[in-house]
Design a protein around this ligand. Sequence first.
Ligand code: MN
Length: 292
Amino acid sequence: MHTLKQDKNFLGLPEDLSDFDKARGLVWPIAHEATTSYAKGTANGPAAILEASHQVEFWDDELDLEPCQTGIATLPIFSMDDRSHQEALDAMQKKANELFAGDKFVLSLGGEHSVTIPLVKAAVERFDNLSVLQLDAHSDLRDSYEGSPLNHACVMARVNEMCPFVSVGLRSGIRREGENIRSDAQLFYAGKIQGTHDWMQKAIDGLTENVYITFDLDFLDPSIMPSVGTPEPGGFYWYETLQFLRMVFQQRTVVAADIVELMPIPGLQTSDFLAAKLGYKMFGYKFFHLSA
Ligand SMILES: [Mn+2]
């Protein structure tokens, strides 16, 4: 399979560590943007993350090793080209079916949040007993938005039709949004869990054995992640986020993940770098998580 070379791939990995056949990890950059509502620019997210990733150290100080030694290959950037939103999502699902059929851990980089719809569709077909963990400021539970059920504001309404899910970090949504969700889904609002100690375990307890993680970067506080289309105050910080993710990887089988909604601000590299490092931490937790 065609993959990106060292000067363009995730982390700038040399050939032996980015070879598709040998790699246990896979980065799939998806430069898709069709329905963003407030600010535009998420199509530039994947390229910005790949570029920033070249500044991420291979050595992970928490895990005390180099997670990239497992090999991480990077696929060419997926773009909409002249396809419609629906056609592009269909093409993504087809590709995801192919990627998930192998045993590599696939981290997709968005792009707007609607890319999660075909990715979860493919994951549900591939993995039994799957649930989705959403980290997000927004519940994304609108059945339809601006005329489209495939809008980025409807992601979790579509997931709700496919499998159980747990949402954490919510602090912006619609009235009574919890009423229409399936009984095996759970919503954790930021205002209720900030400063408490047991929310991480409670959220994990709501997940099934196999988990797909969708990480909307606006889960994080805008002070550390300003480069998102719809920044919401009252978000989460770096170490608490890592602690939670590490617990999830320790206690569940995370089968695939995405990091979405980066809207790079020219000249402001901090957000791009954070997103790149977050992705690398996920590979570290996936392959080398320390015992609970
Ligand atoms: Mn969001």
